[in-house]
Design a protein around this ligand. Structure first.
Ligand code: MSP
Length: 549
């Protein structure tokens, strides 16, 4: 079975989780769920990056050891991801020995080829990000950190270096030959622009200072005077986690998801290290933009983070799929930042969930209940009504599924989900055009619900049956496309309608979306099947209500 390895950045354990971290992990989750629907064997990885110096100092301020502090905050990330129903297959913490041992092994391998060597380094140190900036980047930023705005410090130290310069040409060639290696395209151009300059070798270690009390991090092999630079340590997580006998086949990753702030590490340094290690490169490095809040950057000083408490409040009021939907469809997947604004959240929630799939499912469920006693009617082979060839359902639904697959495979999550939303709109349009409630009024009382013989276009009972069957089956297919973003709610619909694919699918035999979505296929709604009206899937939100907090 084809495999798909999907990763998120590993988050600094010193921070508390907020909507930015949750965004990347949620889109990774939804894309992973799509890949699973395509019948692929998926491995979804997220985790925490723990070896920053700040962890040691903050822990000390709290009277804890670095590990105790890391334990506490890593748990907060796990809680946040559980609140968002993230289906990760593992959670890596860089303080775990399974990771640390592998990192030492990789560094040794690089040393043995001469790709890691010892030398002097002078650069501009950004203490807030724990990274060195090159002269060019430092100058452009006015010698302050582009992230925190704090002054950069010029420093010289003895270090181990990675021979990045040796891989520049191979990297350029790879980017050139693989248009989807760096996405979106604007980010690819940005990287290509910077690659016009010669690459400098980069430090992969830091001297262990005399004042460094507690050893925290990973020491350079055979040189306890140096620690592996936290960024190099962190990047290796993607490899260390699957570098085991059972997981080796997941490599290389289908996609590394991250934001623009850390693109250089992922699109330049990391691939070159992989080349040096002789490992195949990930298919895509996808760098999205930022969420801002109500038009303003989220920051500690403004205290305007959408944090775990806010996330819980949204879940409590709207259900946990609602926030997932907003993140998946309105997030900053392109090159422009996106706004986390409650007004927009409510608008999208009402339009696409409550008045979209929610309303369509309850309309159709109610009519099937009322006119056919809660069992699916028989379309008698009709796939479109005579006068309405534009609603040729097998074709319409197959096209939606095909488009969703190709978009999700290009990591266009919102585009893939839009196919589901559009399908729901089409069902609404079909109901408006065919007016099943008016047809029902033409049926004289006391008749059996359908005619005896083949489909009779002049018999309102048969027309009504065909229409409602078409609606239910089209909505079932739409719900499959929507499910990676709103898995709980679609699961409830499948239960009510007795069409849960998981109930009839042998999970390991790789049933694909293409198969499950076949009109009239193995998973289709069968005439006579119970269709319960069910509870509303999404309650309408009141736009006048103040935001949850
Ligand atoms: N630890 C490093 C990553 C190492 S990966 C080998 C790091 N951690 S971080 O905690 O700062 O997380 C950065 C990532 O969090 C971003 O790349 C992005 O995925 C996510 N986001 C953080 N703030 C964000 C927004 N405001 N908006 C969207 N995503 C953001 O960098």
């Amino acid at each position: 079975m084809a495999r798909a390895y999907i990763t998120t950045p590993i988050y600094y354990v010193n921070d508390r989780p907020h909507i930015g971290h949750c965004f990347t992990t949620t889109i990774a989750d939804a894309l992973a769920r799509f890949q699973r629907l395509f019948g692929r064997n998926v491995f979804l990885l997220t985790g925490t990056d723990e070896h920053a110096d700040k962890v040691v100092s903050t822990a000390r301020e709290h009277g804890m050891t670095a590990l105790q502090w890391a334990d506490r905050n890593a748990a907060a990330f796990q809680e946040a991801f559980a609140a968002l129903n993230i289906s990760n297959d593992d959670f890596i913490r860089t303080s775990q020995s399974r990771h640390k041992e592998k990192v030492v092994e990789y560094i040794r391998r690089l040393q043995s080829h001469g790709d890691v060597y010892k030398g002097d380094y002078t650069g501009w140190w950004d203490a807030s990000q724990e990274e060195y900036l090159t002269e060019t980047v430092a100058k452009e930023a006015g010698y302050v950190s582009p992230v925190s705005g704090k002054p950069l410090v010029k420093r010289t130290e003895q270090n181990y270096f990675f021979r990045l310069s040796a891989y520049q040409q191979r990297l350029l060639k790879h980017i050139d030959q693989n248009p989807d290696f760096i996405l979106p395209e604007s980010r690819r151009n940005e990287v290509l622009g910077r690659l016009r300059e010669d690459l400098q070798d980069v430090p992969v270690s830091r001297a262990v200072g005399a004042s460094d009390g507690e050893p925290w991090g990973i020491l350079m092999p055979d040189d306890p005077g140096h620690r592996i630079y936290v960024w190099i340590d962190a990047l290796f997580n993607y490899l260390s986690v699957v570098d085991t006998e059972k997981r080796r086949n997941y490599w290389p990753p289908a996609v590394h998801l991250l934001a623009k702030d850390i693109l250089w590490f992922h699109a330049v340094i990391w691939p070159c290290m992989l080349m040096a290690l002789g490992e195949p490169l990930p298919r895509t490095v996808y760098a999205h933009a930022y969420f801002v809040r109500d038009g303003r950057k989220m920051s500690k000083s403004l205290g305007n983070f959408v944090d775990l408490d806010v996330i819980r409040a949204y879940n409590a009021r709207y259900g946990r799929d609602a926030l997932r939907w907003f993140l998946c469809t309105c997030g900053p997947m392109g090159s422009a930042d996106a706004d986390f604004a409650h007004g927009k959240f409510v608008e999208v929630y009402n339009a696409e969930l409550a008045n979209g799939i929610g309303n369509a499912a309850s309309r159709v469920g109610n009519m099937i209940e009322k006119y056919f006693g809660g069992t699916a009617p028989d379309p008698k082979g009709q796939v479109a009504l005579h006068a309405m060839p534009e609603f040729g359902w097998p074709e319409v639904t197959a096209t939606a599924v095909r488009n969703a697959i190709s978009r999700a495979d290009q990591w266009d999550l919102a585009g893939a989900l839009r196919e589901g939303v559009e399908l729901v709109r089409r069902v609404d349009a079909y109901i408006n055009a065919t007016e099943p409630f008016k047809l029902a009024k033409k049926i004289p009382p006391g008749q059996p619900p359908q005619s005896d013989g083949p489909f009779n276009n002049d018999d309102p009972r048969d027309r009504l049956a065909a229409i409602l069957y078409h609606c239910a089956e089209a909505l079932r297919i739409a719900s499959l496309i929507l499910s990676p973003a709103v898995p709980d709610t679609m699961g409830r619909l499948w239960k009510a309608w007795n069409c849960d694919p998981a109930a009839s699918v042998d999970a390991v035999n790789g049933q694909t979306l293409a198969h499950m979505s076949q009109w009239g296929g193995h998973h289709s709604i069968k005439p006579g099947q119970k269709i319960a009206k069910g509870e509303p899937l999404f309650m309408r939100a009141d736009p006048a209500e103040p935001p949850p907090a």
